[in-house]
Ligand binder design. Structure first.
Ligand SMILES: Nc1ncnc2c1ncn2[C@@H]1O[C@H](COP(=O)(O)OP(=O)(O)OP(=O)(O)O)[C@@H](O)[C@H]1O
Length: 259
């Protein structure tokens, strides 16, 4: 059964001066799936994420979200569609002078008609959904461990009940137990909230634990997409090295189950 695409990127070209990062790049994100986006360092995974959410303007091509080309939208239309997605950046991108709860309140301040009490309750709910204890609401980013900062960034990404969540390397820098817990959180939230998830990662364990499909960036485009089983069949030097190398063997699902 094929599911509707919530994101369709077509013939995308992204460049900085003469440096072409993407050329004729196509990508789909289906409703309800967790798509892992992988590729060597500098292949443009983060730039792709930023192009989709409008932080980088494509040089050519189209980016459709919920069937609408977001590159051609006016301010009000864009704001409305931006409320339907949430982004967790690599470092959490939290405001250091605000508490965790206040950070999560930031996107909620743009919602008309929300009282102060409602805003606070909603922020605290998202903090709890991201797996943080209640006391973390009052903590400042500098009080938190790396894993907790990522959870706070996730809470803020969930603030507006998004349909799509973009995660940029959510497990980078976490110890294996913290990374495993984060993987489970992502899957649990996807299942509970029917999220569609665009997940940039280098982490093979995360691909095994979370992802329904994988998109490989190489040669300035999405070279191939498919399930983990399909990736294992792809005959391309980088793909072979990545999915069959020693780290890939160490990341077999059995190694991470129960425990
Ligand atoms: N604002 C920018 N100005 C100029 N070049 C940029 C800018 N942002 C990214 N780049 C370049 O675009 C290329 C892709 O960067 P990007 O951060 O998307 O790679 P990545 O695949 O996410 O890498 P990594 O896995 O190391 O995080 C790199 O060569 C980078 O230097």
């Amino acid at each position: 059964m094929s599911r509707e695409n919530v994101i369709e990127v077509r013939n995308l070209r992204t460049q900085f001066g003469d440096h072409v990062v993407h050329q004729d790049l196509d990508l789909d994100l289906r409703r309800g799936e967790i798509l892992g986006v992988v590729g060597g360092s500098g292949t443009g995974k983060s730039v792709l994420l930023r192009s989709i959410v409008g932080l980088i303007r494509p040089a050519a091509g189209s980016v459709s979200v919920f069937g609408r080309d977001v590159t051609a939208m006016s301010g009000a239309e864009r704001e409305a569609i931006e409320r339907r997605w949430g982004v967790m950046f690599q470092d959490g991108a939290l405001f250091s002078s605000l508490s965790v709860q206040e950070n999560v309140e930031v996107p909620l301040r743009a919602v008309p008609g929300l009282s102060d009490e409602q805003r606070v309750s909603l922020a605290q709910l998202k903090v709890s959904m991201a797996g943080l204890p209640f006391k973390a609401n009052a903590d400042f980013p500098s009080d938190l461990s790396g894993g907790m900062r990522k959870r706070a960034g996730l809470a803020r990404a969930l603030a507006l009940d998004p349909e799509i969540v973009f995660l940029d390397e959510p497990t980078a820098g976490l110890d294996p137990i913290g990374a495993d817990a984060f993987d489970k959180l992502i899957v649990g939230l996807r299942d509970a909230l029917n999220l569609s998830v665009f997940l940039v990662t280098h982490d093979l364990d995360t691909l095994h634990a979370c992802c329904d499909r994988i998109a490989v960036l190489a040669e300035k485009r999405v070279l191939t997409t498919g399930t983990m089983a399909e990736m294992l069949q792809v005959d391309h030097p980088w793909v072979r090295e990545y999915f069959h190398g020693p780290r890939a063997r160490a990341a077999q699902p059995a190694d991470r189950s129960e425990g």
